[in-house]
Design a protein around this ligand. Structure first.
Ligand SMILES: [Zn+2]
Length: 419
């Protein structure tokens, strides 16, 4: 399969692009479509790399708006967990398909997912045409860890058999240090090292987590995670809002990634802003995530990107503390290679990119990074291309009506839909 894009704009210059077998093979002012190419007329649209959502629970689109405005534990115990116990793989499949649809429409082409029935999520990602690293949440608060070990190995087998493809990677997702025993965390670290699997874990989201960790283990969360062998170049830490300097330095030293989720942190009122300037000074890799649509409640990463920049400026009382360009780099995964960004729009790289409407007023003035971060929303995305295949073409995503209808049907079954 090959694709030719004509009439695009790159760094102010007119360009065309050709992709074959998922890779960019030509890029420049004189690129012409070949007879068998699928063609996409950019019509003057701006070519940019796509966004990467470093942390979400995609199928929770079904839970959107269910029990908002409650404290975290009440929300989980009263609203989420009782329904999650009744979840079937088809619920996860259609919830994730809806998430993929929303992400494609707002320029995200890859995400890191932690949710039940991950093989159903993987199938959804494969069918939607985008990319993800998927993992089952591993939880183990009592017992000898056999159940967790079985669940982990079962999810890897199920993903290998039915869900994985060259766009879907398999991961491990211990839920948090307070929901998994020390022995199980050590076992997960060994499994990750043995099989080269990436690990995602919620870390240092609340002050309570830090206090409890100090009381139970005598050290702060990142030091504890290092002690059990889980701080490695394969580790993605979600949140990190309460990390201190010594933890950020250790994270940088071990080559792990912190994914900040500013919208979810504010909505759940975690009481602190992720110390980004300190993370940067320590040399830690940083990415951006939405967290689940149950606690955000949107998947348009343009909104999270703007909030990240504004929140950091406000917290530092310094508008220069983070620039639009730097924010864009974080949101496109360029500051954390583990998240899976390509090297950019270059020959030989995967053909993953966005075409943005150059006639959108949000993008028509001033400098592009500022326009993208402070003015734009996902609505400026005209077309989204993944591995040389347009998953959205001129705002149209194939099968979108069915995806929304089926997701609503599943939400109704769970008693979650509005109507
Ligand atoms: Zn989360």
């Amino acid at each position: 399969m090959s694709l030719a894009v004509t009439g695009g704009l790159l760094a102010g210059e007119k360009v065309g692009l050709r992709a074959e077998e998922g890779l960019i093979v030509e890029l420049g002012p004189d690129v012409e479509p070949r007879p068998r190419d699928d063609t996409l007329d950019a019509g003057g649209a701006i070519l940019v790399p796509p966004l990467i959502n470093g942390h979400t629970h995609a199928a929770m689109t079904l839970f959107r708006g269910h029990g908002d405005d409650l404290p975290l534990m009440r929300w989980l115990q009263e609203k989420i967990w009782p329904v999650e116990r009744r979840l079937e793989p088809e619920d996860v499949y259609w919830g994730t398909r809806l998430a993929c649809l929303e992400m494609a429409r707002s320029g995200t082409t890859r995400f890191w997912d932690m949710y039940w029935h991950p093989e159903a999520a993987a199938r959804a990602v494969r069918d939607a045409g985008i990319r993800a690293t998927v993992a089952a949440p591993l939880i183990d608060v009592e017992g000898g860890g056999e159940a967790l070990r079985e669940a982990a190995l079962r999810s890897i087998d199920a993903l290998t058999e039915s869900g994985a493809c060259d766009r879907v990677d398999i991961g491990l997702a211990p839920h948090a240090i307070y929901t998994v025993t020390e022995a199980s965390l050590r076992w997960i670290a060994e499994l990750s090292a043995e099989r080269g699997l990436p690990v995602q874990i919620h870390l240092s989201e609340t002050e309570q987590e830090v206090t409890d960790c100090l009381a139970a283990h005598g050290v702060r969360p990142a030091h504890y995670l290092d002690r059990v062998g889980l701080l490695s170049p394969r580790t993605v830490l979600s949140h990190g809002t309460w990390l201190d300097d010594s933890e950020l330095e250790l994270i940088a030293l071990r080559g792990a990634v912190v994914v900040t989720n500013p919208v979810a942190n504010l909505k759940l009122a975690v009481g602190r802003v992720f110390p980004y300037p300190r993370a940067r000074a320590a040399g830690a890799q940083v990415g951006l995530g939405t967290d689940g649509p149950g606690s955000n409640n949107a998947l348009d990463l343009f909104a999270d990107m703007k909030l990240l920049a504004l929140l950091q400026k406000h917290e530092a009382r310094d508008p220069a503390v983070i620039s639009a360009e730097e924010t864009w780099e974080i949101a496109t995964g360029r500051r954390a290679p583990l998240l899976g960004a390509t090297q950019g729009l270059e020959v030989g790289e995967p053909a993953d990119f966005l075409l943005l409407r150059a006639d959108a007023p949000e993008l028509s003035f001033g400098e592009l990074p500022a326009a993208l971060v402070y003015a734009a929303s996902g609505a400026v995305v005209q077309s989204t291309v993944v591995a040389g295949r347009p998953v959205m073409r001129d705002r149209q995503v194939e099968g979108s009506e069915e995806v929304l209808a089926r997701a609503l049907e599943r939400a109704r079954r769970l008693g979650l839909a509005l109507a």
